[in-house]
Design a protein around this ligand. Structure first.
Ligand code: CU
Length: 100
């Protein structure tokens, strides 16, 4: 019984670790939010270089995978974000968090 519980806890811990990896992300970046556009479903962001996809540092609009991602974001906020490749929209933000 105790062994089964230990195994279950180990499995849950592993799943949590896997979901934190955001395995579907093509790249991750750091930047500052200039504008949140709820209507367009995008953010204007000044981001650092993202070598994984050969992007230099720049200021640009990036669409989000889901508008829910935009809630709570503020102008001037420093953030880290993940990028996923969308067949139509190119790279889209899959998740975004306040920079630590
Ligand atoms: Cu860019």
């Amino acid at each position: 019984m105790k062994k089964a519980l230990t195994t279950l806890i180990a499995a849950i811990t592993m799943l949590a670790a896997i979901s934190n990896l955001h395995a579907a992300d093509a790249a991750s970046g750091r930047g500052t939010i200039n504008k949140v556009d709820n209507a367009a479903g995008s953010v204007n962001i000044s981001h650092e270089a993202i070598p994984a996809i050969k992007w230099p540092a720049m200021t640009m609009d990036i669409k989000v995978a889901d508008r829910k991602i935009l809630s709570g974001l503020k102008t001037g906020q420093a953030v880290t974000f993940g990028l996923a490749k969308d067949p139509q929209a190119g790279y889209v933000i899959s998740h975004i968090e306040p920079a630590k």
